[in-house]
Design a protein around this ligand. Structure first.
Ligand code: ADP
Length: 607
């Protein structure tokens, strides 16, 4: 029979080292990790047995058994799941093969530096976490595909022993893990401790978790229970233990659908963006079960991209069990479930928007951007479904409003929905044009997210009203105002043309600005590319040459305008340069040459 002593792979050693020196104060989570490995192992066995019934020859009485021995200071966790062959033990327990564990290692190191140990709970820390409480671990495992039992032993230093051993009477199939507890952690062998830990961390494991004759958990899966029997506490515990979060979810949903389409779903919206949400490692999708058998971890086609933040479980009886996971991805039944789920979820969001604005805003501030992206993606395919879920802050009361609320209280002669773009609420609120319009009684939406204008472009209109930026050069309140402005513009045409000439190519036009309030200048743009778009695009590689056609607007009511008109060319040129830079600054751009700006300003100041 084979016997080897092996070195842990370097990264495993690193992880082990962190575990042995117990980086995490919340050591008790090792029990959640081991029980969940056992539960996964039973899932795997059940899944594989769909195509190979013989795997179940040693029984179908699935369970996870705990045994604590205070005197010896040991704790055993045993399951009758899939077990591992010799090669599998080497592969799975000797190395960190998965990118997930590597990511975890990175995060731990970061967290350790920042003393932010809370984040560790967000990851599945895995088998090695047992070294937080044990100074020696023995793993015995028997795969139904192998004749002999495998024994693995390590005390968390650089090496482990692995050997084939005689089969054990009490381990016909599955895995038994024996922890020799550290001196300070011996209480993990105590019955009362085990009971409370299992209740806390593994209460909703699907298989019986036994301590002697006593079953510690309620293994009927949550989604199979009657809705009225499920408390908030149960949803929260299920969410945290299934999706490795330390916080309760923001929302929980439970759908039981019967009829031609049949499924149970328990879904959650996390109460913060998951750590890797914006990386390619993030796995969208829901856990899929069929007739209580676990099929896959993240069935992507169960939720559209714009609901990628949803976590949860879907269980359906309507799938044929022996189709491959790849084929499942295009399965017709699943698409129907997905469509149905999408409708239900959107219904819930819209209900929440009406009944609990505060909670909806919390949701929006975490995941609103994802919904806005949903409007843009697929050439606006989903925009009709989503447009009434969108909220923006507005000048009305600096609160969030829907498009519908905005349109419903628009003055009858207002033709478009007004918006203003800028980096922050603070900034847009201080724009002269906004202040002036607000005083006149108009409401303006604040677009402070870089993607807002792109979203609006896809939407193009709401309830027949186009969207209009108050900082666009062709912005006009109404016909009467437009006429007045036009006359004034004509009167000053030669002066303005001269100003344009003095400023040169950086500006497309110099105009008189309306609604500038007490400000001397404003920057606007004409054409396809807005100022805000120029800012966004300039940060993407290859797009830094994309420029908005800028228009400098001068306030005819400001004393500086008179001064400009009466100045000689040199003075006018200096003043215009300063005003141009000022306008850039107000709009949140950098000025091109700060030194020149300072020189010109000083020249004028010292006159
Ligand atoms: P993870 O559970 O995140 O994959 P672990 O470090 O906990 O990472 O486990 C590594 C691998 O070892 C598992 O993916 C699985 O293949 C195997 N394994 C762990 N525990 C068991 C068990 N009780 N039965 C069978 N295989 C197991």
């Amino acid at each position: 029979m084979r016997k080897e002593t092996q070195n842990f792979q370097a990264e495993t050693k690193e992880l082990l080292n962190l575990m042995v020196h117990s980086i995490y104060s919340n050591k008790e989570i090792f029990i959640r990790e081991l029980i969940s490995n056992s539960s996964d192992a039973i899932d795997k066995l059940k899944f594989n047995s769909l195509t190979n019934v013989e795997l179940l020859n040693d029984g179908k009485d699935f369970k996870i058994v705990l045994k604590g021995d205070k005197d010896k200071g040991t704790l055993e966790i045993q399951d009758n799941g899939i077990g591992m062959t010799f090669e599998e033990v080497n592969e799975n327990i000797g190395t960190i093969a998965k990118s997930g564990s590597k990511a975890f290692l990175e995060k731990i190191k970061e967290a350790k530096e920042n003393k932010d140990l809370d984040i560790i709970g967000q990851f599945g820390v895995g088998f090695y976490s047992a070294f937080m409480v044990a100074d020696e671990i023995t793993l015995l495992t028997k795969s139904p595909l192998s004749k002999t039992t495998v024994k693995w032993l390590s005390n968390g230093d650089g090496t482990y022993e692995i050997e084939e051993v005689e089969n054990l009477e009490d381990l016909v199939r599955g895995t038994k893990i024996i922890l020799h507890l550290k001196e300070d952690d011996k209480d993990f062998a105590e019955e009362y401790r085990l009971k409370s830990l299992v209740k806390k961390h593994s209460g909703s494991i699907k298989y019986p978790v036994m301590l002697g004759e006593e079953k510690l958990n309620n293994e009927k899966p949550l989604w199979k229970l009657d809705k009225k029997d499920i408390t908030d506490e149960m949803y929260n515990e299920f969410y945290k233990s299934t999706f490795f979060d330390t916080e309760n979810p923001l929302m929980s949903f439970n759908f039981k659908v019967q009829g031609s389409l049949e499924y149970n779903a328990v879904l959650f919206v996390p109460d913060r963006t998951p750590m890797d949400f914006y990386t390619k490692d993030y796995k969208r999708g829901l856990q899929l079960y069929c007739k209580n058998v676990f099929i896959m971890e993240s069935a992507e086609n169960l939720v559209p991209e714009y609901l990628r933040f949803l976590k949860g479980v879907v269980d359906t009886d309507n799938l044929s069990l022996n189709i491959s996971r790849e084929i499942l991805q295009q399965n017709n039944e699943l698409s129907k479930i997905s469509k149905n789920l999408e409708k239900k979820i959107l219904g819930e969001f819209s209900k929440l928007l009406k009944t609990d604005r505060e909670k909806y805003i919390k949701f929006w501030e975490i995941f609103g951007q994802t919904i806005k992206f949903g409007i843009q993606e697929l050439f606006g395919l989903n925009k009709e479904k989503l447009k009434d879920l969108v909220i923006f802050k507005s000048s009305f009361e600096d609160k969030y409003v829907t498009f519908k609320e905005y349109v419903d209280r628009m003055p009858s002669d207002q033709e478009s929905i007004f918006y203003v773009t800028g980096e922050s609420e603070e900034m847009v609120k201080s724009l002269p044009k906004l202040k002036a319009l607000k005083e006149k009684g108009f409401e303006i939406l604040y677009f402070t997210d870089r993607i807002d204008e792109f979203t609006i472009k896809t939407l193009s209109e709401y309830s027949g009203k186009k969207f209009k930026s108050i900082t666009a050069s062709d912005f006009k309140l109404n016909e009467e105002e437009a006429k007045k402005d036009e006359d004034l513009e004509k009167e000053n045409k030669t002066t303005l043309d001269k100003f344009k000439e003095l400023l040169g190519d950086k500006i497309a036009e110099v105009k008189l600005g309306n609604n500038l309030g007490s400000s001397a200048v404003a920057m606007t743009s004409k054409g396809e590319i807005s100022l805000e778009m120029e800012k966004t695009l300039s940060q993407m590689p290859g797009n830094d040459k994309v420029k908005a056609e800028k228009i400098l607007e001068l306030n005819p009511e400001h004393p500086l305008f008179e001064k400009l008109k009466n100045a000689n060319d040199e003075e006018a040129s200096d003043l215009l340069e300063i005003l141009y830079d000022q306008a850039l600054l107000i709009e949140g751009f950098k000025i091109e040459n700060p030194i020149k700006f300072a020189e010109k300003l000083n020249k004028i100041l010292s006159k």
